[in-house]
Design a protein around this ligand. Sequence first.
Ligand code: ATP
Ligand code: MG
Length: 445
Amino acid sequence: MRLSRYFLPVLKENPSEAQIVSHRLMLRAGMIQQSSAGIYSWLPMGFKVLKRIEQIVHEEQARAGHIPMLMPTLQSADLWRESGRYEDYGQEMLRVTDRHDRDMLYGPTNEELITDIFRSHVRSYKDLPLTLYHIQWKFRDEIRPRFGVMRGREFLMKDGYNFDLTKEDALHAYNRHLVSYLRSYERMGLQAIPMRADGGPIGGDYTHEFLVLAETGESEVFYDSEVTDLTFGDREIDYDDVAQCQSILEEFTSRYARTDETHDEAAFNEIPEARRRSARGIEVGQIFYFGTKYSDAMKAVVQGPDGAQVPVHMGSHGIGVSRLLGAIIEASHDDKGIIWPEGVTPFHCGIVNLKQGDAAADGACADLYKALTAKGLEPLYDDRNERAGAKFATMDLIGLPWRITVGPRGLKAGVVELTSRRTGESEELTPEAAVARVAEIYAGS
Ligand code: ATP
Ligand code: MG
């Protein structure tokens, strides 16, 4: 993409309505625009990152054997009356009436709808296990939408639902989700720590929230510092291997890590004092096993191996796709702007032409652009007639992890400059070597 032809409405001034850095930077970098409280338009750069995050989620869900689909945003209230949640949900639910006076709602989540789809088609235990998911907009009429996309009213969520014959099978589905989420967040350059959360009225230990540590997080968390040493890495995983998934769950959840809702001071104090941490965190996902709550209420039964009709065991598993943009920026920025992790960056590499109109510089930039594109990479070429300082400031603000700077002087010596946004370190390389280096960095991601 040539910046002169793109739509990147960068703001010079700090927007006064933004209280936290990610909100400020998303507005300044021209990624989003508020349309009304807690509702945003996704401008091209914001939309690109959103799509990158979705893509990672899709790939990791596919790896785990979970099946994508799409349910509508508007739902009939009748299904929610069946589960009893139409009354329970309260004012967060946006209720609408259509022209025939039918009660509808903008889905805050999809347990009812998916259970209805399941019970319409699945009759036998032989069709289990089954995990379906979608990535769809949700609406929750939050009393205090704030922090930009972190607490919106309209937001994008990946929500997945497992259907299993037994509790044991459903817990394997739970573990699969935990593993796939660990992988997903790591690919986004994030450490998201699974923490024991509150099971709400259903109770039980089978819910974990994934938290990104950040001062601006809305959750208060308590953990053993050893949990921050754990990484998933690129280990081989067989999602059908029940024992392997279970052992990963144990590895990542056996140390103390809880949100304030489940915090237990006595258990916390058993950790050696030097390892006790309390901090703030951003919830970027949650997994849940809830047994037969919805299948009982909505009669989602299958014929079991012995012929009896049994309610299926279910769980639901959510990732806050749009919130993740804010969380990633909270975790990765400096005073000049965003620093995108390679896994989610909107463009792989920036090209800065120091002397637009200089034949050698223009030609070299065009060649670099072609060579990077040929390697399957997407560069953003700043071909505007701007001062070098302004171009660098824009690149730093929008946070592409790598920048190639091209100027007449360097070209005379046969080199361009490759700069890391994260470290600020630069290296002089031939254009070919710079392209090869960038391609190598992204290989496999
Ligand atoms: P919170 O406690 O932050 O209100 P929640 O626990 O009600 O969230 P879930 O029902 O667990 O949310 O939804 C799954 C994920 O969707 C959350 O982990 C979070 O990342 C994201 N999410 C929830 N509410 C919002 C919101 N208002 N804006 C953006 N993302 C949200
Ligand atoms: Mg939650």
